[in-house]
Structure formats: structure tokens, C-alpha cells
Write a protein that binds this ligand. Structure first.
Ligand SMILES: [Zn+2]
Length: 249
């Protein structure tokens, strides 16, 4: 199993070394530690340099662009060996923690960097799929729409741009039957599995701290959506992640 979206360097994981040590037993092939500001990006890059099954992504989240700095630090980190993507970057009109014009500006700057560096992006988009699509289509980049929770048009738009679709806790929730129906329109070779741990614990462990090993519940959901075996989903989504992020183990 592959978890393409974790935040193990956050305070919620004082036992992060133990968690990584158990990856082999838990069946975790590798994870991507995703930064959201300069400090978390640095922590993630350091963490990934110490663990063979951890890769990292660096970037400034729309919530954090209000601090208006750190782009240079992010660019520098891109040369680290285990840094495989730029993210999470994007637009969040749901919580609106940063002014929208600033969100757009930093989103565009980081997409430009990704284009120039030929690196994939990890997108965080909430209640802003249209604006995000209009911006992303102007850049020659590929990547993943993390924790997708949009409409069928949004799915089609981003698939047309060559993007992958991140599936995690959201898709496991009982009430999200509509989302599962929408996901069934995506080709399986464009699906990535993720947890976003410690957030978004999947249905069977709701209320508990989320962890990489719970990515199995996303895979189980995909089994019912695509009517394919667990092993097949596991194999295909692992290969998808390796292809997108250019990962060889
Ligand atoms: Zn995240």
C-alpha cells in the first residue's frame, strides 16, 4: 500500500519513528510527507532523507500564504534528493484563512516553479475547483488533486489536464455515496491512495488519530467502487504513484 499524503512530522506523531519502523509489517511500501509552509517543508525533507520509505513534498498551503514569505526556502528544498513534488498548494475558499487574491498569487508562483523544475504538484482545493482549474490549465504541469471532493465536471476537467485523483477518508464516509459514484468515472490508472493523516480518519476508525496504515480503508472503498480485488487496486495505485512522482525504491 502507498500513502501519498501524510503529515507525520506534525506534533500529533511523537511516535513517528515507531510508525515508520512498522511500515514493513503494516504493508506500507512508501509514503509522501507533505509540507504546507517553509518550516513543515524543511522538517519533511529532513525526515525523508532519513527513511528509505519516506519521500517528501514541499510547498506553501493556501492557508499559510498570508505570511507572505518562504518561497526561496521552498525553492532551495527542491534540490534535496528525496523531495519529489511541490505541495500542498492550491486554493481554499471554504475556510478562507488567507485573502483569495494572495492565494491565487502564491498558487501561480508555485505552479510556475513546478513547471520550470518539471516536478509534479500536490493540490489542495476546497470550494474552489473552478478557479483552480482555470489557473492550472495555463501551466504545463501534472500532479494530483488531493482528497478530491468535487463534482463530476471538476473530475473531468482535471482528468483532461492529465491529473491524478487522490482518494482517502472522504470517499469512505457513509454519507458520501455521491462522491463514490463520481469517482467511478475516473480511470483506475489515475487514482492515488492517501490518508492525509492525522486528519480525515476513514469511516471504520473515525474519531481516532489517522495513520498511514489506515490507507487500507481507502483501498477497500476503491474495491467496491471499481469492483476489483484489493491486490489489484494496491498494485495499480502503487504503480500510479511511482510513475507520477518518479519514484524507484
Ligand atoms: Zn494535507
Amino acid at each position: 500500500m502507498v500513502d501519498t499524503h501524510v503529515h507525520l512530522t506534525m506534533e500529533d506523531f511523537p511516535d513517528r519513528e515507531e510508525i515508520v519502523k512498522n511500515f514493513e509489517i503494516d504493508g506500507i511500501e512508501f509514503v509522501i510527507e507533505v509540507g504546507f509552509d517553509p518550516v513543515s517543508s524543511q522538517k519533511g525533507a529532513d525526515f525523508s532523507s532519513k527513511h528509505s520509505r519516506v519521500f517528501s513534498s514541499v510547498g506553501i498551503h493556501p492557508h499559510d500564504v498570508k505570511n507572505k514569505d518562504g518561497l526561496e526556502a521552498i525553492e532551495k528544498l527542491l534540490d534535496s534528493k528525496k523531495v519529489v513534488a511541490i505541495g500542498e498548494i492550491g486554493l481554499d475558499y471554504y475556510r478562507d484563512l488567507s485573502p483569495r487574491d494572495l492565494q491565487k498569487k502564491y498558487f501561480e508562483i508555485q505552479l510556475e516553479i513546478a513547471k520550470n523544475k518539471k516536478m509534479p504538484v500536490i493540490l489542495h482545493v476546497r470550494d474552489a475547483y473552478n478557479d483552480a482549474y482555470e489557473i492550472v490549465k495555463r501551466f504545463d504541469v501534472k500532479g494530483v488533486l488531493h482528497s478530491f471532493n468535487g463534482q463530476i465536471e471538476d473530475l473531468k476537467n482535471f482528468l483532461d489536464l492529465g491529473f491524478h485523483i487522490g482518494v482517502g477518508g472522504m470517499a469512505t464516509y457513509k454519507k458520501n455515496e455521491e462522491l463514490r459514484k463520481i469517482l467511478s468515472f475516473a480511470p483506475l490508472d489515475r487514482i492515488l491512495t492517501e490518508t492525509d493523516c492525522p486528519y480525515l480518519s476513514p469511516q471504520p476508525v473515525r474519531g481516532k488519530r489517522n495513520e498511514p496504515k489506515y490507507v487500507r480503508f481507502a483501498i477497500e472503498t476503491l474495491c467496491t467502487v471499481f469492483k476489483v480485488s484489493f491486490e489489484e487496486i494496491e498494485r495499480i495505485t502503487s504503480q500510479n504513484a511511482k510513475n507520477l512522482f518518479n519514484i524507484t525504491l
